[in-house]
Design a binder for this molecule. Structure first.
Ligand SMILES: O=P(O)(O)O[C@@H]1[C@H](O)[C@H](O)[C@@H](OP(=O)(O)O)[C@H](OP(=O)(O)O)[C@H]1O
Length: 719
């Protein structure tokens, strides 16, 4: 069983005497359905509609006779928790047509859902800054601003306290939400086990946490587009696969702040990208612990901001992005009140009295760096510190005071000022201001009290981004004529937009539906530059046998991402071909060739593409997505050394690096089907990489998922 979501009753059980072990008791802690992942529900590729509003919250049912029952949040939020004048949280079905608008100084508007009226409920007093003309920056209707749709982002932060992953994370990701699933999932973990033996293992193989998230999300149609790790700090970015061609310029950064900047036990890991043309940065931080280190926390955050400069468009800092999500174990504490007062306030559901003593809330008023960051109301109990395996606040000798250490904030870049026109990025037109109409709406901000593996509880937040699609045409459009029912069908033609510079290391991958990341292909073919007809053919020995749904993706080596995808299509090839058998496939089939006609669509395997999956190939959307973040390191290889592509099941053999067909060694390579690209976590070729991993350097280089250095510099991909 998976830990129960916060909509289930949570009981605060005080015990007698002081110190009071305060239990936040969840009726269904523990394990979950992860082992049953094979039955995951496929996702749809359709863009989600505007989500219904919901604000699940903990249902507190104190068992003490003197306790006060906290009704479900937010529908019946006690008025004591509300700021003066606030009328209470609305039911999700009674959404007001007029959202509450809260904007940073002279800037874009962060539109909070009426269910989270932060302008009035937020623990931190917030000024409504004078707007420049209009408080709400509405989408434009220019030719380039083609659509404005809801794009849902789900962010998780969790200090996992060196624990092994739980059995399941479905409730944490709200995958069974009636509102539908998110477009992106962003996972920030802190304190992953980074003992030296574990680090070495994680360098060589994908770590358990990443595996768990991929296992959970990939069958639902999400792929890992970015991964950054610095010792115990991990940042994963997943996207619905159909968005991949519109996630570009993906880069990661990490900054150590532990031991004066020499140790990666504390610091920040970030991933930045453009999402349909809008720059977004996700920053996962683990800041210094302990009450007295408030100043150090702010200082370290500033240091992270200062040091993280992304190599795109001439340099771009975190705060230069249209939208920044900042989250993590920020370690801010509740001042002044002693532990029993804090526990008593939690127990009696008087959280509001704690808000004003929260160090982050206070610091936001005084620290210029923190201004402009928004946060939803803290209507969940402090998520630190619990006795592991329980819902009881710390009873150890340390006796830590409960605190909201785990936070998720966001910031929209100011738009109304003339802008720093001296910056090269502005002069080159790479920085655009938010007159484009980017809007952010937070829908949920909650803790997940059922998880007990750590001394912290996870926290999640969901957002809707609304923006016009500044980029909605893929750089490469792939097309297959029909389903592949015989080997001679296995060709793909592609068209390239004129501004896209192809590279001799570009390739086209064949992915099984449900693939985990850009390297999780079944077979690939070099997209050779000299092939002016833009047609590539897969060799018979590389093709998967049997029946399944597949997607083709064009991987741009210079952009380190997939820049064009097909929709899912059927591949059903003879499984007993002598050639296929020779290719080393591990799963021989006794299926007779005579049964290999095209199957009706109803009999196909599940696909993330839902209703679109069996669309005739000629009508494929020209605007299907791609993956970002591959790390490919070519290495000349003799003909003999090049293995055949594995069968879809033979993942263990996908460990070689790509060899460019245009490299000096290309004459020795097979022209169309060279060796297979590497497997995540495998591409460590130097002791330096291991050492760097151990001491906290982020192994993944910019834009790479798994750490190998990209062949070329990432290139701007403007259309
Ligand atoms: O991850 P690191 O770098 O080892 O830092 C530790 C981490 O922040 C722990 O959460 C904290 O324990 P508490 O949460 O219990 O305070 C511990 O404090 P401690 O040294 O006082 O135990 C820190 O040293």
């Amino acid at each position: 069983m998976e830990p129960a979501g916060p909509t289930r009753p949570v009981t605060l059980i005080p015990t007698s005497g002081r110190p009071t072990p305060l239990k936040v008791q969840n009726p269904a802690p523990g394990r979950d359905e992860h082992r049953a992942k094979a039955s995951s529900t496929p996702a749809t590729t359709g863009r989600v509609g505007r989500p219904k509003l919901s604000m699940p919250g903990a249902h507190y049912t104190p068992t003490s006779p003197v306790s006060v029952t906290m009704p479900p949040v937010p529908v019946d939020m006690p008025s004591s928790l509300l700021a003066p004048g606030h009328k209470g949280l609305e039911n999700s079905t009674s959404r007001s047509p007029a959202p509450i608008k809260v904007g940073p100084a002279c800037g874009p508007v962060s539109t909070l859902s009426p269910t989270i009226p932060s302008a009035t409920l937020s623990p931190q007093p917030r000024e409504i800054q004078p707007s420049c003309g209009s408080a709400e920056v509405r989408p434009q209707n220019s030719a380039s601003d083609k659509k404005v749709e809801d794009f849902r982002v789900h962010i998780v932060t969790w200090n996992v306290g060196s624990a092994v992953p739980p059995d399941g994370i479905t409730s944490l990701l709200e995958l069974n939400s009636a509102d539908g699933n998110a477009d992106m999932y962003i996972i920030g973990l802190q304190e992953m086990n980074s003992m030296i033996n574990k680090r070495l293992k994680d360098v060589l193989f994908t770590d358990q946490w990443t595996e768990l998230y991929m296992d959970t999300l990939s069958p639902r149609g999400y792929v890992l587009v970015s991964k950054g790790r610095m010792q115990g700090v991990l940042l994963l970015v997943f996207s619905r696969y159909s968005h991949l061609p519109f996630l570009r310029e993906i880069h990661t950064e990490s900054t150590r702040t532990g031991l004066g900047g020499y140790w990666g036990n504390k610091g920040g890991v970030s991933a930045r990208m453009t999402v349909f043309g809008h720059s977004v940065c996700f920053l996962n931080c683990h800041l210094p612990a302990h009450m007295q280190n408030l100043g150090q926390r702010v200082e370290d955050f500033e240091s992270i901001l200062q040091q993280q400069q992304f190599q795109c468009g001439g340099g771009m800092g975190v705060l230069d992005h249209d939208l920044v999500f900042w989250f993590g174990d920020l370690n801010f504490r509740i001042e002044d009140y002693d532990t029993h007062v804090v526990k008593s306030a939690i127990e009696s559901n008087r959280l509001s009295m704690l808000w004003e003593k929260d160090q982050l809330n206070m610091a936001k008023q005084s620290e210029p760096t923190l201004r402009g960051f928004e946060e939803g109301p803290l209507i969940f109990p402090p998520t630190y510190k619990f006795d592991v395996g329980t819902h009881t606040y710390d009873t150890s000798a340390k006796k830590r005071k409960p605190a909201w250490t785990d936070r998720i904030l966001w910031r929209l870049r100011a738009t109304c000022s003339p802008g720093p026109t001296h910056l090269p990025t502005v002069r080159r037109g790479l920085t655009s201001w938010l007159s484009h109409g980017l809007r952010v709406t937070q829908h949920t901000y909650r803790s997940h009290m059922g998880y007990t593996i750590s001394d912290h509880k996870p926290v999640s937040a969901t957002f809707t981004l609304q923006f016009p699609f500044k980029v909605d045409i893929p750089l490469v459009t792939l097309s297959v004529d029909k389903e592949w029912s015989k080997v001679s069908d296995a060709s793909v033609s592609f068209q390239v937009v004129s501004s896209f510079a192809r590279n001799s290391w570009d390739w086209i991958g064949l992915y099984k539906v449900g693939f985990r990341h850009a390297k999780d292909y079944v077979a690939y073919v070099w997209a050779r530059l000299e092939e002016s007809d833009h047609l590539v053919i897969f060799a018979e020995e590389d093709l998967p046998k049997g029946c399944g749904e597949y997607i083709l993706g064009y991987f741009s080596n210079s952009m380190n991402t997939i820049v064009g995808l097909t929709e899912p299509f059927q591949v059903q090839l003879p499984s007993c071909s002598p050639l296929v058998s020779r290719s080393g496939s591990s799963s021989s089939s006794s299926e007779d060739d005579s049964t290999l006609g095209l199957l009706p669509s109803q009999s196909r395997s599940p696909s993330p593409a839902s209703s679109k999956q069996h669309r005739p190939s000629r009508s494929r959307s020209p605007a299907l997505p791609t993956l970002q973040g591959l790390s490919l390191r070519p290495r000349p290889r003799s003909r003999e050394a090049i293995p055949r592509s594995p069968s879809p099941c033979a993942s263990a053999s996908r460990k070689e690096r790509l060899i460019s067909p245009d490299s000096p060694m290309s004459g020795q390579t097979r022209s169309r089907t060279p060796g297979t690209p590497g497997t995540p976590g495998i591409e460590v070729s130097t002791p330096e990489a291991l050492i760097a991993a151990i001491i906290g350097d982020h192994i993944p280089l910019q834009g790479s998922l798994y750490g190998a250095k990209p062949v070329g510099e990432p290139r701007d991909a403007t259309l």
